[in-house]
Design a protein around this ligand. Structure first.
Ligand code: GDP
Length: 444
């Protein structure tokens, strides 16, 4: 996960100051020295670091006293606010053309993730916003690019406009927009060619496409793993092409995160999306505040909730909720819930979005063992229907049979049954606490 080193260091620094009843100027100085080092080590641009430290120091020393927070907490609040500001403050939106179609042009170096992002954005526009995008294959130089986009289009059941690799990208863009108008597509996403390095030919071509396509947005796609290079690339593209926003890809890798923290300050252009994997749904709108919160170990419950909403079947969730309320939750329901949670993505990444998760012992290096979940599923699947409904009948010989059937051990079966029993006990208690008048229950 990106930002790990930075997050660890900043959180350790914050920890020292959190409980302080009085924060002196020298406390702030000491803290700022550590924050500065942490940022530099995360590969944040040094000018950006300097400015950031100056701003935080001024605010932290001269701030008004608030009743609800300790002085230590107030300093942390300032750090969070400035970190948010550094990454752009508000979440920025995608433009919508007054007269459709809205044209979005991609740009960036080869391998940054343009084609992948084109697919992801189309997927998002269709799934979440019910739009009807047309994908345009205008990268005629990279041998497999057209095919790659066509494959993505097929996978997403979305149309891809292509004229092969013998027609100029400018002409492709022009004809694609005509077609989009005729066929009432509301978005046109143009995937352009990249190069290994910035060169004049590339820039000229992009400028020509811009001239003809008159895009409402020009996204620059950059690879977060390339650190300060990503920032330099962003600066050059912005100077020459005047981009409207940045897409930072590969934030699922262990990048130190410097690019995410410097790009906005250096280019003054917002990061609009982050790519967090190779799959088509591994795209998140960039929320500066949530990202600051994640970096400072305050969790990111909102993204977590959105992920849950996107991947959990609402009817099933309602049904489970009712079972929770009435404490009639069975092992089959437990199995169903496990598979829904698995849909949300890798568990260790999800856990890291929970506030305070980093403070739980061992959580930092936690590798959630997805195999273990597989075992739990196998155990439940090896039970008979009666056993699943009435686990109390599972005696020693049944436990042995289940362990054998699921390829696990009796200990594992015991552990699962015990956990399930405790869960049910807890549910009963909660049901008791809710009282009669309250019907609402809780959502998950
Ligand atoms: P392009 O040359 O800019 O069009 O780059 P591609 O879209 O072909 O992407 C290059 C490689 O990066 C491919 O193998 C992608 O699967 C991979 N990639 C793209 N975005 C991400 C991301 O957010 N995370 C990860 N891990 N890989 C990505």
């Amino acid at each position: 996960m990106a930002f790990e080193g930075l997050a660890d260091r900043l959180q350790a620094t914050m920890q020292k100051i959190r409980g302080k009843g009085k924060v002196t100027e020298s406390d702030v100085k000491e803290m700022m020295r550590e924050v500065r080092l942490a940022l530099l080590e995360a590969d944040v641009n040094f000018k950006v670091v300097k400015q950031f430290i100056k701003k935080v120091s001024e605010r932290a020393v001269g701030q008004e006293v608030m009743k609800s927070l300790t002085p230590g907490q107030q300093v942390i609040k300032v750090v969070k606010e400035e970190l948010t500001e550094l990454m752009g403050g508000e979440q920025s939106q995608i433009a919508v053309a007054k007269k459709p179609p809205t044209v979005i042009m991609m740009s960036g170096l080869q391998g940054a993730g343009k084609t992948t992002f084109t697919g992801k954005l189309a997927n998002l526009l269709r799934k979440k916003y019910n739009r009807n995008p047309l994908l345009v294959a205008a990268d005629i130089y990279r041998p497999a690019a057209i095919k790659q986009l066509e494959t993505l289009g097929k996978q997403l059941s979305l149309p891809v406009f292509s004229l092969g690799d013998q027609v100029s990208p400018v002409e492709i863009a022009r004809q694609a927009i005509e077609k989009a108008k005729e066929e009432h597509h509301d978005y046109v996403l143009i995937d352009t060619a990249g190069r290994l390095h910035i060169d004049d030919q590339l820039m000229d071509e992009l400028k020509e496409i811009k001239e003809v396509a008159k895009p409402d947005e020009i996204f620059l796609v950059v690879d977060a793993m390339t650190g300060q290079d990503a920032v330099n690339v962003a600066q050059s593209f912005n100077e020459q092409l005047e981009i409207s926003g940045v897409v930072l890809t590969k934030l699922d890798g262990d990048t130190r995160g410097g690019a995410a923290l410097s790009i906005r300050a250096v280019t003054n252009k917002p990061i609009k999306f982050i790519g967090t994997g190779e799959k088509m749904d591994a795209l998140e709108p960039f929320h500066p505040e949530r990202m600051a919160s994640r970096i400072l170990g305050m969790g990111d419950m909102l993204t977590l909730i959105e992920k849950a909403q996107a991947s959990v079947d609402e009817d099933k969730a309602k049904e489970l909720e009712k079972k929770f309320r009435t404490a009639s939750f069975t092992l089959d329901d437990f199995l169903e819930q496990l598979s829904q949670v698995k849909n949300m993505g890798p568990l260790d990444e999800l856990l890291k979005m929970m506030p305070g998760a980093n403070k739980i012992k061992g959580m930092n290096n936690l590798q959630v063992d997805e195999k273990q979940i597989g075992h739990v599923e196998a155990i439940i699947r090896s039970m008979t229907t009666k056993e699943k409904l009435e686990p109390e009948i599972i005696n020693a010989s049944r436990r042995r049979r289940i362990a054998k059937g699921s390829g696990t051990t009796v200990q594992e079966v015991n552990r699962l049954l015990k956990q399930f029993e405790e869960m049910k006990k807890m549910m009963k208690q909660m049901t008791g606490m809710q009282g009669k008048g309250k019907k609402k229950g809780f959502k998950f």
